[in-house]
Write a protein that binds this ligand. Structure first.
Ligand code: SF4
Ligand code: SF4
Length: 141
């Protein structure tokens, strides 16, 4: 298979291991995420931010539980807010910073068993752009 025909599905398959919810890096929540997650768990936005978020600079990240996992992670059910999980979680692993720094793909693969490393940087950047467009279209519906 040449790089030109490679798609997101060819280089990533989630194994549902939950490792990405065990706190390797903060999970940022956008203003839109806060609105959707708050509504889903029947909190208002202020209550949600106070109870489930922490500040990282000027932005909010989801807090971790005592087990070091994302506060919304459950061993049995995995992500308990799956339908409204943050944009960052929906986008993973096709995060837009890869367009600027495609070399990070390899270190991401070391933490995520679903990522295949064998992809050129140019092909990866193209896939990330396409996957981002696809995600953005889907959440505008
Ligand atoms: S670490 Fe990767 S393979 Fe495991 S649940 Fe997260 S995205 Fe899926
Ligand atoms: S919101 Fe869900 S998918 Fe995202 S880190 Fe938390 S448990 Fe994992």
């Amino acid at each position: 298979m040449g790089s030109e025909s490679t798609t997101g599905d060819n280089i990533f398959t989630c194994h549902q291991c939950g490792d990405c919810c065990r706190g390797f890096g903060g999970t940022y929540v956008t203003a839109r995420d806060i609105i959707h997650i708050s509504a889903y768990i029947h909190f208002n936005a202020e209550q949600f931010a106070a109870r489930y978020c922490e500040k990282s600079g000027s932005r909010y990240v989801l807090a971790c539980g005592n087990d070091g996992c994302c506060i919304f992670f459950d061993k049995e059910r995995q992500c308990t807010i799956h339908p409204v999980k943050p944009y960052m979680c929906k986008a993973w692993p096709f995060i837009k910073t890869l367009i600027r720094n495609p070399e990070n793909w390899s270190s991401m693969a070391d933490s995520c068993p679903g990522i295949k490393k064998d992809i050129s940087e140019d092909a990866l950047k193209k896939i990330v752009r396409l996957e981002k467009e696809k995600l953005d279209r889907s959440i505008q519906k």
